[in-house]
Design a protein around this ligand. Structure first.
Ligand SMILES: Cc1ncc(C[n+]2csc(CCOP(=O)(O)OP(=O)(O)O)c2C)c(N)n1
Length: 369
């Protein structure tokens, strides 16, 4: 038996866990509770961030109904995650690269991906996967966790080329159980690659609750083993998410390596629009507990108290969002249907493998008729 005075692994674990208090700046009442950490955004920036969250909530609602009408394909709802998604993207610059998961469409849209392309991605159209030149985003990843490895690689590439910028990626609580997750953070840590890794802990991986996902008390603490500074942040608080992201970005650009950030948040809607029914695995009491923490409600209280926001302003944003979404869907509808050969050409930059090439020729023949 080990002598507990010398070897007490339980104590070591607890000491680590205790370090992960949740970082918050804006409480549920919209009050600053951590003035020291306040990023002091300008009035214009605060209004912009509020507008983006309102716009994105509308985009989510419209995307859900467009999906139900059969006018969109794959869609993973985002309501409840606006502070986590947009607070982080707001701290980035154009030169930074975003490697999103399938739920992270809002971040890449605000990073410059035209909305019509996001809709085309949803429809499985290859044009939706082609970001315009200078818009540093990759396509939303469907393979859980794969973007973590890719982000480590992109970040190392930026470092080796001496290009200013960081690689930012997102996965969920479920994604933090994948092998790719550990490989990605380990590699980036070992090479001090300028990356920021987000775990958006929205409490469920489809129907699997966070408690069953892992024995770890927090997901942020997983970064410790890879030597990454790691933070647990209130993911319903846009100011807190913004502040930690900005800090992580500056550290990365100073050559100090990657950071792991767990954002504690909630997904109000179903996992995707492909038939998930959240009432089968969570109660309405849980929903209402989280609704009290809503990122838009608390930010609205904060900007209203500062005299920067009003119902009229909010309605303007809502109307603008609806109009732009309408135009983007029109543009998506007007995009010529993709052909199988275009899809294949888009898949392979160089030579196609011979079996694919064979199929390609068959389709080319069919399409010429
Ligand atoms: C490698 C892999 N395994 C399984 C799946 C099927 N799958 C799709 S979403 C999902 C749950 C992911 O949950 P989480 O990482 O918490 O992200 P969230 O959907 O909550 O944002 C699973 C298992 C997949 N897409 N990829």
């Amino acid at each position: 038996m080990a002598n507990n005075n010398i070897l007490d692994p339980q104590k070591t674990l607890h000491e680590i866990e205790e370090k992960f208090e949740m970082f918050q700046i804006l409480n549920e009442e919209g009050e600053i509770v951590n003035e020291e950490a306040n990023p002091n955004l300008s009035d214009d920036e605060l209004v912009e961030l509020m507008s983006r969250m309102v716009y994105t909530r509308i985009l989510d609602q419209r995307s859900i109904s467009l999906n139900r009408q059969g006018r969109l394909g794959f869609y993973a709802p985002t309501a409840g995650q606006e502070a986590s998604q947009l607070g982080s993207q707001f701290a980035l610059e154009k030169e930074d690269w975003i490697l999103p998961g399938y739920r992270d469409v809002p971040q890449i849209v605000w990073h410059g991906l035209p909305l019509e392309k996001a809709f085309l991605f949803s429809r499985g159209h290859f044009v939706g996967n082609q970001a315009p030149e200078g818009v540093n985003v990759l396509s939303p990843q469907i393979i859980i966790g794969a973007q973590y490895i890719q982000a480590a690689g992109v970040a190392l590439g930026l470092k080796k080329r001496g290009t200013k910028g960081v690689a930012v990626t997102y996965t969920g609580d479920g994604g933090s159980s994948q092998g790719d997750f550990y490989e990605g953070i380990n590699f980036a840590g070992a090479f001090k690659a300028p990356a920021i890794f987000f775990i958006q802990n929205n409490q469920y991986a489809i129907s699997t609750p966070r408690e069953l996902q892992t024995a770890a008390t927090t997901l942020a603490q997983k970064g410790v083993a890879a030597g990454l500074p790691s933070v647990l942040v209130d993911g319903m608080d846009a100011l807190a998410v913004y502040a930690v992201t900005k800090d992580a970005r500056e550290r990365a650009l100073r050559g100090e390596g990657p950071t792991l950030i767990e954002t504690m948040c909630y997904r109000y809607g179903p996992h995707t629009m492909a038939g998930d029914d959240p009432t089968r695995y969570r109660t309405s009491d849980i929903d209402s507990e989280w609704e009290k923490k809503d990122p838009l409600v608390r930010f609205r209280k904060y900007v209203e108290a500062k005299g920067l926001w009003s119902e009229e302003k909010e309605n303007e944003v809502i109307e603008r969002a609806k109009e732009e979404i309408k135009q983007a869907i029109k543009a998506a509808d007007a995009t010529p249907k993709q052909t199988v050969t275009q899809l294949m050409e888009n898949m392979y930059k160089g030579d196609m493998p011979s079996n694919v090439k064979e199929q390609y020729e068959i389709y080319k023949e069919k399409e010429s008729k």
